[in-house]
Write a protein that binds this ligand. Structure first.
Ligand SMILES: CC(C)(COP(=O)(O)OP(=O)(O)OC[C@H]1O[C@@H](n2cnc3c(N)ncnc32)[C@H](O)[C@@H]1OP(=O)(O)O)[C@@H](O)C(=O)NCCC(=O)NCCS
Length: 148
């Protein structure tokens, strides 16, 4: 298994992988992310987008989004937008490896704080994962959306 940066060539496989993950769906009507935005997240050179690959098959990925407008501020924030591992490969430390590798890259980019959202209605895996990595619990919110 290797961990490497995602590239544009990985887009289709990554997007269809992400589309199958029920935990990613925050909206009843919309896909987990617009295709255009997802592609931009891979290609923009600001975010940290890594994947785990086994025999040329993607079995997990992590995306930290970075708001580059924070550039001049003392604290620099990155959001853990997505972390997922194929259900057949969970509990083998793959998410941990994706996370640790991403954290190294975030340090190099000068990021000082990271945050995330975890769905409290899903199994406890993400909350346990983040708690184990010293994330403190904040408020619980309900996602609501509509087209305008
Ligand atoms: C959360 C997720 C990424 C963890 O991936 P993973 O490769 O299984 O994680 P790891 O093997 O690195 O586990 C590390 C820690 O996470 C926690 N964890 C992972 N799965 C867990 C589960 N089913 N129940 C409780 N804790 C769990 C544990 O603290 C675990 O440490 P431990 O094995 O020493 O107890 C995976 O369960 C997943 O893809 N879930 C669906 C997608 C999702 O909900 N993502 C979050 C929204 S972005």
């Amino acid at each position: 298994m290797i961990i490497r940066a995602a590239t544009e060539d990985d887009f289709e496989q990554l997007f269809s992988f992400g589309s199958m993950i029920v935990e990613f769906r925050v909206s009843a009507d919309e896909s987990f992310m617009d295709r255009d935005e997802f592609l931009l997240r891979i290609t923009n050179n600001e975010d940290v987008f890594l994947l785990a690959e086994l025999d040329s098959r993607i079995i997990g990925f992590i995306l930290f989004g970075i708001n580059d407008k924070d550039r001049l501020l003392k604290n620099k924030y990155a959001c853990l937008v997505y972390l997922v591992v194929d259900a057949d490969y969970r509990r083998k430390g793959i998410a941990g490896k994706l996370y640790d590798t991403a954290l190294g890259l975030l340090h190099k980019k000068g990021i000082t704080h990271i945050y995330s959202w975890a769905n409290v209605e899903c199994d406890n895996s993400m909350i346990r994962f983040l708690t184990k990595r010293k994330f403190a619990k904040g408020h619980q919110y309900m996602w609501m959306d509509r087209k305008i």
